[in-house]
Design a protein around this ligand. Structure first.
Ligand SMILES: *Cc1c(COP(=O)(O)O)cnc(C)c1O
Length: 441
């Protein structure tokens, strides 16, 4: 069955009677007028469609929890939606922990990940009652144990391991290969377990965690990942007498940015994982573990679009035509960071047949600030509303104030209603943290 991550556009996207694009029953031109641009627009129906697909696809394996990898898009409103959908949260910084806690999220359903968690972050995680901590390295084992000891707490931990699986994605978002900054190498696990048993009395090892990468299109890597993890669990049982009960498989399911991307459905990946678990449980004579998966991009990517207003343009003599918009690398870092490609439409004239080749440029003082290169669009005029699809994941969450541009607003749309979920930053907020030392006055 096809799932929303296999579409380029949000499921509610239509062309309305005015000939404009609408999402969630809201005309994008009206949204641009009401809230200003750049604006992130999130389709609630698409988010809930994909969370429901995950739940449905895994219903055969009830002994599990889906965790939304919040780094893809973290706000209080998304925490509420995930809570309603029965998802937990994967958190990877003090800021994400703070946001979840402020949204009233049940912290027992959260997990803390990351390769350099600080003393403050780990203390905060413990204070707020984090569910589990995925420990990444030897340094963190010692640090976490000392914090747990001084708080008189026992902490349930997973060990993040590097399973040595290569997936074919951009090297910046590959994480499971051996030369990775994340996790314990398989050859270091025994030493880590000895330390936990002998010295780190406040840590309780309950499972293993791996995350092999992002924007993954193959199911075989998930099968291989499960096989590696279960083989390790068997080995750990034999070597250390510890029966691990939890396994976290990470996230990574791909989405369709352009027609060239061929993501697999949530059902396919779920079936692969379930089959791999059943097979390996039998093969290694283990009990069926409690399983976590942590999708991020596939939950919010397709649901989100960014709309901009067209401004200046430039025709290079005998060369490219550039059309500038009122945002750029500050609201979407992915094109300049990974040469990411997007599907683009003009929201106020999506069906116009007269087209041209155009390069959409951001407004930042950086030649690399190009949002889309040499794409074909209807002829753009100043004031047109330009829609970039699939910006819901790693758009707002990687945004910056570069050039002191204000961070954009975000709205959640559904059934003709739009609600602000992130206010546009103000100039006062922009300068809020700035301090002029007395001696400069
Ligand atoms: C980034 C990340 C995820 C989510 O990855 P997606 O590709 O967005 O699904 C899950 N788990 C961990 C540990 C991550 O670092």
């Amino acid at each position: 069955m096809k799932t929303a991550n296999q579409d380029i556009k949000p499921i509610s996207r239509k062309i309305n009677e005015q000939g404009n694009i609408e999402i969630g029953g809201c005309d994008l031109v009206d949204l641009a007028n009401e809230y200003g641009t750049p604006l992130y627009v999130f389709d609630e129906a698409t988010i809930r469609s994909i969370t429901n697909s995950y739940k449905d696809a895994f219903k055969e394996y009830q002994n599990m929890r889906m965790m939304f990898a919040s780094k893809a898009f973290m706000t209080k409103a998304i925490c509420k939606i995930m809570e309603q959908e029965g998802f937990g949260l994967d958190l990877c910084s003090g800021g994400e922990i703070y946001t979840a806690h402020s949204a009233g999220f049940d912290m027992s359903k959260t997990m803390f990940n990351g390769n350099n968690k600080t003393y403050e972050e780990l203390s905060m995680a413990i204070e707020y009652g984090i569910g589990t901590i995925s420990v990444d390295n030897f340094f963190e084992l010692a640090l976490l144990n000392s914090i747990a000891e001084s708080n008189n707490k026992n902490i349930r931990i997973l060990l993040r391991i590097t399973p040595g699986i290569e997936c074919h994605t951009h090297e910046y978002i590959q994480t499971g290969h051996l030369d990775s900054k994340f996790g314990f190498d398989l050859t270091q696990i025994d030493e880590a377990i000895e330390l936990i048993k002998e010295e780190y009395k406040n840590l309780e090892l309950i499972g293993l965690h791996a995350h092999i990468g992002s924007q993954i299109f193959e199911k075989q890597v998930y099968f291989d990942e499960v096989s590696v993890l279960f083989k390790e669990m068997r080995r750990i049982k034999d070597t250390h007498g510890i029966e691990l009960t939890e396994v976290n498989l990470g996230g990574g399911l791909g989405i369709k940015y352009t027609q060239n991307d061929k993501p697999i459905s949530v059902y396919e990946i779920a079936q692969t994982i379930i089959d791999a678990i059943k097979l390996n449980t039998k093969k290694y004579e283990l009990k069926e573990p409690f399983v976590f998966i942590e999708p991020g991009r596939s939950i919010v990517g397709t649901a989100g679009v960014t709309i901009y207003t067209a401004g200046s343009s430039k025709q290079v003599p005998d060369g490219r035509r550039y059309q500038a918009v009122d945002g750029g690398m500050s609201d979407n870092a992915r094109p300049s960071l990974y040469q990411a490609e997007y599907t683009v439409e003009v929201a106020n004239k999506p069906n116009e047949t007269e087209t041209e080749k155009i390069t959409i440029a951001g407004k930042h003082c950086e030649s690399g600030d190009i949002l889309a290169k040499d794409i074909t669009l209807p002829i753009i005029e100043e004031g047109d509303v330009i829609c970039f699809y699939n910006t819901g994941a790693y758009g707002y969450s990687m945004s910056s104030n570069y050039n002191r541009v204000l961070k954009a607003a975000a709205v959640l749309v559904n059934n003709g209603k739009s609600d602000i979920i992130i206010n546009r930053q103000t100039y006062e907020q922009l300068c809020e943290s700035d301090v002029i030392p007395d001696r400069l006055n």
